[in-house]
Design a protein around this ligand. Structure first.
Ligand code: NAP
Length: 493
């Protein structure tokens, strides 16, 4: 099917900028790479400087604006996003290969995030602290950081930018946003929503281009006072190093090697259904996707049978098909990566499902890979240790819950995990012992309520949390204020 090709612009100081710096790249549909969705301009140093300057100029007035004024803009953006929900869902399905139904749910979630932080803008932002000085008033005020860099990944091209942008704006920061290059069209649509929602010029600036070209200059720019990043660990480590050098605040949310633990007393049918969905929906391209399932020896064969049936029931189709559950990989390079791990895993364990490119005319022009299940992999194998970020699940065996927890904790990551059991005592022990930021019992490792704190432990995060009541911690810093009666303030011994 022919699609219209959009020509995108950067958004700087309230204007859409076409630029002649660098070359344009093309943004294609991963379900059918013949479809060119957009021409993407590449920002260079000049556009970056303009964006940071615009965010700097806009900062003081935006910080001074009332919470209600900021809330009004966020509500206006939420209303526009809600009106455009189906269009945005289609754009995401085409651009990043997110199955259409899931893409619609992501748009809904974006609306909820905007509404939540609109209300946050008028909530209390400090505390009164009893002073040692008689007659003094002491309190804290949370203040915004200044212009912050938002660097977002492609896999949640709407929800992740919004769960960074919305709190940044609510608490009075201004933004220079660099989305993943392959999600430029969705990013453009989001910037349009803020523009039309009445956001003052310069408060949000969008720079399109490659992270490898633009990233270091953005994070290292002297006008940037904080950076919030979601993406891979390698890029995260580089950002942290640069931020530490300039002593600016940084926040990193990175990869995972998320496990589901299945015990003999679990509802195995329910567990198989949730593990299959958690591992393979959106082709496993979620930081919280289940990529290991650790099953006790007594039920492993029964569970693998049930799991195989559930995986086969998930429709592998182009993402824009409303029946699609799995969809393509984002690029041919990502598919090559999954191929490498499938082949490596096959030498370690037994591939009981998938392991190749699916056949059929609907798959020929896209980056599809069959949902792949490998059984009997040892916990220290690369395929059981490293993030694959694709439709590949390994089954590991454990003798009991203690060993299952040890295996689950035995990677460098600590993002999301789930235990399937009916035993409350076992569940409580696991909640205490597991080293992950997102802990479920009888649930899917993916997904989180839009108003609940989100983030990982150990190598998955810089240990802060995003979303909900946690977001204020990163996007503000505290001033402690003391007011004394004239002539009475002063010395404390
Ligand atoms: P990525 O390659 O690390 O890219 C993330 C962002 O960083 C993109 O905007 C990218 O731009 C930019 N970037 C690349 N090089 C940079 C540099 N040197 N300096 C600054 N920015 C740079 O990750 P991805 O492939 O988009 O996303 C997949 C990864 O994100 C997986 O590891 C996944 O687990 C993780 N993730 C984590 C969470 C979480 O909350 N924990 C959520 C979602 C995804 P370009 O796209 O232009 O290269």
């Amino acid at each position: 099917m022919a699609v219209e090709t959009a020509t995108l612009s950067h958004y700087v100081a309230g204007e859409w900028l076409s630029t002649s710096e660098g070359e344009h790249t093309v943004d294609v549909n991963p379900s059918d790479a013949r479809q060119v969705l957009a021409h993407v301009p590449q920002a260079g140093k000049e556009t970056l400087d303009r964006a940071v300057e615009a965010a700097t100029t806009a900062f003081r007035p935006w910080k001074r604006a009332t919470g209600q004024a900021r809330a009004n803009v966020l509500h206006a953006a939420a209303n526009l996003l809600a009106q455009r929900r189906d269009d945005l869902a289609r754009v995401m399905a085409e651009e990043v290969g997110k199955p259409l139904v899931e893409a619609g749910l992501e748009a809904d979630r974006g609306v909820m995030i905007l509404r939540y932080f609109a209300e946050e803008a008028v909530h209390p932002n400090g505390a009164v602290i009893p002073a040692q000085q008689e007659g003094s008033l002491q309190f804290t005020i949370r203040q915004p950081l200044g212009p912050v860099a938002v660097i977002s990944p492609w896999n949640f091209p709407l929800a992740i930018p919004l769960w960074k942008i919305a709190p940044a704006l609510a608490y009075g920061n201004t933004i220079v946003w660099k989305p993943a290059e392959v999600a430029s069209l969705t990013a453009h649509r989001i910037a349009e929503v803020f523009h039309e929602g009445g956001l003052p010029e310069g408060v949000l600036n969008l720079l399109l281009g490659k992270g490898s070209v633009l990233g270091d200059a953005l994070v290292g720019h002297e006008g940037i006072r904080g950076v919030t990043f979601t993406g891979s660990d390698g890029v995260g480590a580089r950002i942290a190093e640069s931020a530490v050098k300039r002593n600016i605040k940084y926040q990193l949310e990175m990869g995972g090697k998320n496990a589901a633990l299945v015990l003999a007393d679990a509802d195995l049918d329910h567990a198989a259904q949730l593990v299959a969905g958690g591992a393979f929906r959106f082709a496993g391209q979620k930081c919280t996707a289940t990529s290991r399932v650790i099953v006790t020896n007594d039920v492993v064969d029964t569970f693998v049978d049930k799991l195989t049936q559930e995986i086969k029931a998930l429709p592998l189709l182009p993402a824009t098909d409303p029946k699609s559950a799995v969809g393509p990989l984002i690029t041919s390079g990502s598919r090559d990566n999954v191929r490498r791990y499938s082949e490596g895993g096959a030498t370690e364990g037994e591939v009981v499902l998938g392991g190749g490119v699916p056949s059929g005319p609907e798959f020929e022009e896209g980056y599809f890979w069959e949902p792949t299940l490998i059984v009997g992999v040892s916990p220290d194998a690369p395929v059981a240790q490293e993030e694959v970020f694709g439709p590949l699940l390994v089954v590991e065996r454990a003798s009991d819950i203690g060993e299952a927890i040890e295996i689950a904790n035995g990677t460098k990551y600590g993002l999301s995990v789930s235990l399937f059991t009916r035993d409350i005592n076992t569940a409580l022990e696991y909640i205490n012992e597991i080293d992950c930021g997102m802990v479920r019992v009888n649930g899917d490792t993916t997904g989180v309520d839009p108003h609940a704190p989100f983030g990982g432990m150990r190598g998955s995060s810089s240990h802060s949390r995003e979303q909900g009541p946690a977001a204020v911690e990163f996007f503000t810093e505290i001033k402690t204020v003391q007011i004394n009666t004239a002539g009475q303030g002063g010395k404390k011994l």
